[in-house]
Design a protein around this ligand. Sequence first.
Ligand SMILES: Cc1cc2nc3c(=O)[nH]c(=O)nc-3n(C[C@H](O)[C@H](O)[C@H](O)COP(=O)(O)OP(=O)(O)OC[C@H]3O[C@@H](n4cnc5c(N)ncnc54)[C@H](O)[C@@H]3O)c2cc1C
Length: 292
Amino acid sequence: MLKYNEPLSGHTSFRIGGPAYCWVEPENTEGILEAVSLARSKNKKFIVVGKGTNLLAGDEGFDGVIIHLAGDFEKIEEEGEGEIKAGASLGLAKLVKYAFNKSLCGCEFLAGIPGCLGGAIFMNAGVRNPENQSESIEIKDILLGADVLDLKCGKIKALSKKDIDFKYRASGLDGKIILGARLGLKKGRKEDIQARISAFNKRRGWLAEIGFPNAGSVFKNPGADKPAGMLIESCGLKGKRIGDAEISKVHANIIVNLGGATAKDVLGLIDLARAGVKRKFGIKLELELKLI
Ligand SMILES: Cc1cc2nc3c(=O)[nH]c(=O)nc-3n(C[C@H](O)[C@H](O)[C@H](O)COP(=O)(O)OP(=O)(O)OC[C@H]3O[C@@H](n4cnc5c(N)ncnc54)[C@H](O)[C@@H]3O)c2cc1C
């Protein structure tokens, strides 16, 4: 599928973003290579987008080709004992459900994260452990390896976990398209798996109170004892509004779109939060959100 002048507001959880020059949904590796060639032949940039749940797309749109994997990249199968092979475009909720049906445990923490597998690996998505708040669980903890298309050489590479430079909300996989991954899970009892999913969901219950389109955490936490939301709230910025964008009254590290917010409005709030936290705490907040 290929669409020109496709509004990105329809492909981001923020519901913000002007048109992309071209939106392509390749169903296999050949399709990706064709999309890359199309971009190169028109002298345009290209990027891969998953479910758009950690993105802020500009009001002027993206003058390039956006690749959204589909077809083969949505597949999932059990490979060996406890090993799951899944495509990058598989939604995390579907992954958790599949594992539950197979009585496999280890990926329950992904239940409430709205992205897809490729986006989660690229971002090293994770949550706090509800049983031990000082501990994080991240997708790297269950990843065995990932197949990527290296755009430098145009070749598919099977990377093992040790080849990937995972950090807090980063994978160092820039310049590579994640095609799929192998995850290592363990056999468990369905009751226990369900109980863990419920525990993670319960901890995230406050997210339902946000009530407006958003893209999750705007900034990375500068430290476990210094959550970005707490720092921004301490600057008195909770509820601060520019246009139709607002620093959420529920959690100060989330910006919401009250209806007609523009990327410019959101960027204005990002600047305010950064300036406030720098002034008061001397801390430079780093974006978790990706800008396109
Ligand atoms: C309500 C809400 C709650 C959230 N909670 C959490 C949370 O608890 N923990 C957490 O970590 N995140 C959370 N997020 C953020 C987001 O859901 C995760 O980062 C998710 O993993 C992003 O996946 P995606 O498919 O939406 O990626 P996108 O937002 O589409 O893309 C994110 C980045 O990944 C890159 N990318 C995507 N797919 C590929 C690919 N196949 N190959 C190479 N690069 C790729 C994109 O280019 C972009 O740079 C939340 C977001 C929302 C809206």
